[in-house]
Design a protein around this ligand. Structure first.
Ligand SMILES: CC(=O)SCCNC(=O)CCNC(=O)[C@H](O)C(C)(C)COP(=O)(O)OP(=O)(O)OC[C@H]1O[C@@H](n2cnc3c(N)ncnc32)[C@H](O)[C@@H]1OP(=O)(O)O
Ligand SMILES: O=C([O-])CC(=O)C(=O)O
Length: 371
């Protein structure tokens, strides 16, 4: 047997959802650059789930459903209040999404219609959970979403409990579009492995959230901000800190990618968003530090920033605490995960690779009192 470490380059399945070819990312065949500039997050969600862009009435229906399905069962709100305050929000989100399945009468129904409904319902509720966690930790009551408002508007509204700044709503919407799907990344693969046993959608998304949390995957955005705030701190320290980290063979969070070796097409959008935010807030430091790190890591290591690098400074400029960065990724990626769950159910086969056994053989069992 030949082992391909980390399954690099292994093609595990056919998919019609997103593609990465020659460094170009598309959702259902549409270039991410076009979607980032022209679409809304709701349109992208519809596109991922249905394989085509919505007509106006279809978009209106979905937008309304995403707002009207956003409220949480009271049992979940009580649970969120009871969680220890110091746990990571990704751990709390993972647990809350798992618990949500207990309140859904359709949880065990794996028909296409039921799973489509669950995809919408879960996508609607994830921002409510994240915003509620944020407010509860701050000693505040969760805020209910507003009917008739868009997905990103409601998320920012529920975080701060007041009319959001349109610039912040637009920025979040664009960031959500850029994070929505990404072929067979680790968390999506994990969700498909769970689905392929014919388990249920809540189990698959719980698996995916746990997988996204890791710092080699979605958890990197939080680590980028930690580096900017706690290790670098100011533009004049960039060279020393980054050189030392590279000399110590430490990984620089937000750089490198398993598939993109010549740059992540999403990073340029986030870099531009961070630049604009720096200008708007009159606080250039975080953007300038990021640009210097980017230049240095490229020149010393030949590594380019991935989606997580400039999203960190962008979210920071938006006043979002860094332990919510990965939950925001999850709020978006749940659209991709659920699209993959639907696709897996539509043409399922158990996913079960092999392992090459390299441990000892012919070992004799020794009774316990003779060991
Ligand atoms: C949304 C996302 O998930 S995007 C990815 C988010 N993750 C991060 O930003 C974490 C930092 N990056 C990394 O750890 C890696 O680049 C990964 C996990 C993204 C990809 O990993 P792999 O494809 O397995 O690459 P691998 O880790 O083998 O790296 C290849 C070489 O580049 C180096 N390298 C890769 N990324 C980095 C980095 N960020 N900083 C420093 N060196 C790096 C490795 O040390 C290795 O060097 P070596 O050959 O001298 O040992
Ligand atoms: O595809 C990957 O390996 C990681 C990634 O960029 C993503 O999930 O967006």
């Amino acid at each position: 047997m030949t082992v391909t470490r980390g399954l690099e380059g292994v093609v595990a399945l056919n998919s019609r959802i997103s593609s990465i070819v020659d460094g170009v990312l598309t959702y259902r065949g549409i270039n991410i650059d076009d979607l980032a500039e022209k679409a809304s997050f709701e349109e992208v969600a519809f596109l991922l789930w249905n394989g085509r862009l919505p007509k106006r009435e279809e978009l209106d229906v979905l937008t309304k459903r995403l707002a009207s399905d956003a409220s949480l069962p009271q049992g979940i709100v009580e649970q969120l209040k009871a969680y220890p305050k110091n746990v990571h929000p990704m751990a709390a989100l993972r647990t809350a999404v798992s618990a949500l399945g207990l309140y859904d009468e359709q949880a065990e129904d794996n028909s296409e219609k039921a799973n489509y409904d669950k995809a919408i319902s879960l996508t609607a509720k994830m921002p409510t959970i994240v915003a509620a966690l944020f407010r509860i930790r701050d000693g505040k009551e969760p805020v209910e979403p507003q009917d008739g408002k868009g997905f990103s508007y409601n998320f920012v509204y529920m975080l701060h409990g007041q009319e959001p700044d349109p610039v912040a709503v637009k920025a979040i919407d664009k960031a959500l579009i850029l994070h929505a799907d990404h072929e067979l990344n680790a968390s999506t693969f994990a969700s498909r492995v769970t689905t392929a046993t014919l388990s249920d959608l809540y189990s698959a998304i719980t698996t995916a959230i746990g997988t996204l949390k890791g710092p080699l995957h979605g958890g990197a955005n939080e680590r980028v901000m930690e580096m900017l705030e706690e290790e670098v701190g100011s533009v004049d320290k960039v060279e020393d800190v980054i050189t030392r980290k590279l000399d110590n063979k430490e990984k620089i969070m937000g750089f490198g990618h398993r598939v993109y070796k010549d740059g992540d097409p999403r990073a340029k959008h986030l870099r531009e968003m961070s630049r604009q935010m720096a200008e708007l807030t009159g606080e250039p430091k975080w953007f300038e530090m990021s640009v210097q790190i980017d230049d240095l890591v490229q020149s010393k290591k030949g590594l380019k920033p991935n989606v997580d690098f400039y999203s960190a400074s962008t979210y920071h400029y938006l006043g979002i605490p860094r332990n919510l960065f990965t939950p925001i990724f999850a709020i978006s990626r749940v659209t991709g995960w659920t699209a993959h769950v639907l696709e897996q159910f539509s043409d399922n086969r158990l996913i079960r690779p092999r392992a090459e056994y390299v441990g000892p053989t012919n070992v004799t069992y020794v009774p316990i009192d003779q060991r």
